[in-house]
Write a protein that binds this ligand. Structure first.
Ligand SMILES: C[S@@+](CC[C@H](N)C(=O)[O-])C[C@H]1O[C@@H](n2cnc3c(N)ncnc32)[C@H](O)[C@@H]1O
Length: 260
């Protein structure tokens, strides 16, 4: 199994995930709530991908910028003609001047960065005094989360455990980098439950729908599907129902950059 996902390869089909994710409105709303009190802010999304969230923020006043490492993802963002400047670069070495932004945010991306602590330190450099950082995403270590994919696809949990940091650790790194009022809030909760074969219609079971499954080899992915198939068959033979459950909380971690 690969550790890093080739986003150039999956860029063209990436936005399909948003077709099935109507509640992602809550994520956009959480960002807009952070931005609302700011006047004409300079805003940077790090790991902006295809620009989905920049597009959601387009009605806010201010200057929007997106940075991503993948040219393929940036090409998708560029085709949307967003009112945002797009920059190719690495999150751990941001090509921007000190104090250039009033808000730097990151959605479902920090676990892909090679050195998350270094990213936070560099973010602190480019955020102006009293400016904000917002990190949004899921936390596989949260004990109320569960995802049936971890049970049926071998190695997926191990790879998430290796690349995700606990949010307590991220919070500690924010404080050490000079952010105060560091707060974690739950911004949405996803619950899905598929009975029996209906699970195969779960859009998030598609191989390219999440980085977890996209990282698997085709053989490992097929083996996972076979395990699901076999569990359904065994349940049927016993005359018992079988359900495939997902409970997933999405969090936002925010901090305010201390005055110099
Ligand atoms: C799961 S996608 C999230 C994209 C977007 N934020 C969204 O929610 O749709 C992760 C993104 O992080 C980008 N990425 C991964 N490592 C990066 C790095 N070191 N620096 C900048 N971007 C990176 C990938 O290219 C990809 O576009």
């Amino acid at each position: 199994m690969k550790r890093g996902l080739d986003y150039d390869r999956i860029a063209a089909g990436y936005d399909r995930r948003f077709e099935h994710d109507a509640p992602s409105v809550a994520t956009a709303r959480a960002l807009v709530d952070v931005i609302r009190p700011m006047s004409s802010p300079h805003i940077l999304e790090v790991g902006c991908g295809t620009g989905h969230w920049l597009g959601q923020l387009a009605p806010v006043t201010g200057q929007l910028y997106g940075l991503d490492r993948s040219w393929g993802m940036l090409a998708q963002a560029s085709a949307k003609d967003l009112p945002a400047g797009l920059v190719q670069g690495d999150a751990v070495s941001l090509p921007f001047a000190r104090a250039a932004f009033d808000l730097l945010y990151c959605v479902n991306a920090i676990h892909h960065f090679s050195d998350q602590r270094r990213f936070i330190m560099d973010a602190a450099r480019v955020i102006a005094p009293h400016g904000r950082i917002a990190i949004l995403g899921s936390d596989p270590f949260y004990d109320k989360n569960s995802w049936y994919v971890y049970d049926y696809f071998e190695g997926v949990w191990e790879i998430d455990r290796a690349r995700f940091k606990s949010w307590d650790l991220l919070a500690a790194w924010l404080s050490a980098a000079g952010f105060e009022r560091v707060e974690k809030s739950e911004i949405r909760h996803i619950h899905t439950s598929h009975e029996g074969r209906e699970v195969f219609s779960d859009p998030f079971l598609r191989k390219q729908a999440t980085s977890q499954l996209a990282l698997l080899s085709q053989e490992a992915y097929d083996r996972g599907l076979e395990r699901i198939q076999s569990a359904i068959q065994k349940a049927q033979d016993r005359g018992e129902p079988i359900r495939f459950e997902t409970e997933l909380s999405i969090f936002m971690l925010t901090g305010v950059k201390q005055a110099a």
